[in-house]
Design a protein around this ligand. Structure first.
Ligand SMILES: Cc1ncc(COP(=O)(O)O)c(C=O)c1O
Length: 446
């Protein structure tokens, strides 16, 4: 079959064939972007095709690889992601099809009634990274990779490990080693990576050092790099925005808000909206808001200066998933913010943790970095950038159990913060239990 996808350098325009396993431009080192053959349909016909696949997925069952590919919320949009992939090529769990919640208590906390929470922590390994990894591992197999590798703050490594196991390709991950006795990667993520069987390297350095090292290694050692600089990762991650649009019956919200670290996801959401407008899936694009942690905010600083220069910082934040000081997808993401009338802001760790406690207490939960999106909604609503009547889809990128350490540290009896729910030690007597039941019911007015 002829190539249906071309890889093109975003800086110098050099072209690479579809299955070339290099993940940056061999001529100038720039980031690659994918150009697909246009789908046969547009507008209502293409929407109908995607909607029919959604109905089939709901009716079907997953017995084998082809069944998983048909049920996947990523591969449902395959014309926009990897049109040349056959069911036999696809490495899928399946993934995607994550819920879009409305939780009045969280909306009230943020001050925006129309706040919806797209919970990508409901993916198979508990984060949005599965959406990009199904495509990256599909491509790794098509390109005949001998191994795949990534640098990670934790979620990418968990997704790589699971999808490499599924694909039968060896996986290596580079994560920051513990520093001063403190883990630099959330416990749940490290545990998953080990469990799924990836070779796990604890690198003496931070995420930015891990990424530099794995990029060098990929170039010299012939392993396939599956960080989000890999354009196939971005293609898969586009599906989160396409799913939001489909869940809203193709009526775009006013805003899509998401946490931002290495900026792959900001780039992916923008690329999806570009496709959706170009192909007539929606008639107007939402605005995008990318939210950083105040201690890891190079992109927010760049935004304040109209992206005149690329900023780098020494990152420090409780939200380890976005503890990134030198984001790799800066150029792509800056273009997205400009194109979609976007905004970038930053929120403190205290705001992140309070937003997380509100999301957790609504019974759905998320990991700290994910809560940055909701903290960002509140900040932008208070500043009047997001208006009270706007329809806002905030992406929750990871599951509540990803980072139990931060969670347990928040809910300490001696922690003076909103929504603290410290465990209570009691004697093993009915009296002691009765006192707690009475107090709990009374506090809830029952
Ligand atoms: C839970 C979570 N949220 C947000 C992000 C940020 O995404 P990106 O690095 O693509 O900006 C990450 C990245 O690792 C993540 O794991």
């Amino acid at each position: 079959m002829p190539d249906l996808t071309l890889q093109r350098c975003a800086s110098c325009g050099a072209e690479l064939p579809e299955r070339d396993a290099r993940t940056s431009c061999p001529a100038c080192g720039g980031l690659l972007a994918l150009e697909h053959a246009p789908p046969a349909e547009r507008g209502a016909a293409l929407r109908d095709r995607f909607d029919a696949r959604l109905r089939d997925a709901a009716a079907g069952h997953v017995a084998d690889a082809a069944g998983a590919a048909r049920a996947s919320g990523v591969w449902r949009f395959r014309e926009l992601i990897m049109p040349g992939a056959t069911d036999a090529d696809i490495v899928s769990q399946p993934e995607g099809n994550t819920p879009l919640f409305h939780r009045p208590s969280v909306a009230a906390w943020a001050g925006v009634d129309g706040l919806l929470l797209k919970h990508d922590g409901f993916n198979p390994t508990g984060s949005f990274k599965d959406r990009g990894m199904t495509v990256a591992l599909t491509q790794a197999r098509r390109a005949g990779a001998r191994a795949v590798a990534c640098a990670s703050t934790g979620n990418t490594s968990a997704a790589l490990a699971a999808y490499a196991a599924l694909a039968g390709v060896p996986g290596l991950v580079l994560v920051p080693a513990p520093k001063g006795g403190a883990q630099q990667v959330a416990l749940g993520k490290l545990a998953q990576t080990l469990a799924y069987g990836a070779r796990t390297l604890l690198v003496r350095g931070d995420f930015d050092d891990c990424l530099r090292l794995v990029r060098e290694g990929a170039e010299r050692l012939g392993v396939y790099l599956v960080n989000s600089i890999n354009p196939y990762r971005i293609e898969g991650q586009k599906s989160v925005a396409l799913e939001i649009l489909q869940q809203l019956a193709w009526n775009a919200p006013d805003w899509i808000v998401l946490p931002a670290g290495n900026l792959g996801n900001t780039s992916a959401v923008g690329a999806a909206l570009r496709d959706a407008v170009r192909l007539g899936l929606i008639d107007r694009a939402p605005r995008i808001a990318s939210i950083q942690a105040a201690g890891a905010n190079p992109f927010a600083s760049g935004y304040r200066e109209n992206f005149a220069t690329q900023h780098r910082v020494k990152a420090e934040t409780v939200a380890t998933a976005i503890k990134i000081g030198d984001p790799a997808s800066w150029d792509r993401a800056a273009a997205v913010i400009r194109e979609f009338d976007g905004v970038v802001t930053d929120v403190s760790d205290a705001e992140i943790l309070e937003a997380k406690a509100a999301i957790d207490a609504a019974g759905i939960g998320c990991e700290p970095a994910s809560a940055a999106s909701v903290a960002g909604v509140r900040r932008l609503a208070r500043e009047g950038v997001i208006r009270a009547g706007d329809r806002v889809a905030a992406i929750l990128t990871g599951h509540v159990l990803k980072d139990p350490g931060v969670l347990l540290d928040y809910h300490r009896a001696d922690h003076d913060a909103p929504l603290v729910n410290a465990p209570v030690e009691v004697d093993a007597t009915l009296d002691a239990l009765a006192r707690v039941v009475d107090a709990t019911a009374a506090a809830a007015g029952r």
